[in-house]
Design a protein around this ligand. Sequence first.
Ligand SMILES: *Cc1c(COP(=O)(O)O)cnc(C)c1O
Length: 316
Amino acid sequence: MSVTLNDIRAAARRIRGHVAETPLLRDEVLSARLGQPIWLKCEHRQITGAFKLRGATNAILSLPPEALARGVVTASTGNHGRALAHAARALGVPATVCLSRLVPENKVQAIRDLAAQVRITGASQDEAMAEVARAVAQEGMTEIPPFDHEAVVTGQGTIGLEIGTPEAVLVPLSGGGLAAGVAVAIKALSPATRVIGLTMENGAAMAASLAAGHPVAVTESPSLADSLGGGIGLQNRVTFALCRDLLDDVILLTEAEIAAGIRHLGRAGHVVEGAASVGSAALLAGRFVPRGPTVCILSGANIDPALHSRIMAEAA
Ligand SMILES: *Cc1c(COP(=O)(O)O)cnc(C)c1O
């Protein structure tokens, strides 16, 4: 296997002190309603507001000194871009984020605020990715991708060392870096624990790829779980095979179910983005029936405050 429990233990030692060890809190409302202990792994309280800091920090700390001097690069504007910019600054490594002209100014500014160099090129994400490839080939930068990379997967997998050995773990699923890393750790420590991937119905690339038996492209459509969008890469190297071999099931959620998950968590004081609410959403909707202690990974907090207020104000 490309990623092992020992790799994840080594990653945990490497990133200690650079990332927060987030709390594991009981969801009292769902525990009472469902008759099983439901726990929330609070990565929405991670520095930068999402678990991606673990993978980005581990990937940077795994590079040789000559690569560190030339810097790291990505085309992500979301939680991975923020994580890489933050980790690079904290570790004294130059970071570049390549963006297309379509990226909204507030996202561009958020990355500039983290002291990363921003390069704006082209009118599509594909052109931003071409600029990453050019920076790698001509300037010797190292690309740190958002999920399909061993050091990123092992970094995300450190969450699996912090949640004990429940009966089930509910993991938000997009490119599969989080689910693959957590599944490697959990299945090695507790083979009977079920690891379930959760994602939205609209444009779920990993779910479609697992169903097809190989990586496929999907048409994207807007979702409250915007951090779960994007493809898995038709040349996927690491995460597809791990998800195929280790996930017990994948559950697809509607937008209304995701909104209800955000609302449920919001009432308990957890402001989370749609991607982070999917475990709670599945439990609330009866789409996943717990048979014992169950951990939901709350993967991130980066939701537009106006959108969050709107969802909280809706009925139900
Ligand atoms: C990236 C991300 C995910 C999905 O992680 P993958 O490793 O791509 O599957 C889930 N939730 C949040 C908040 C994210 O930023």
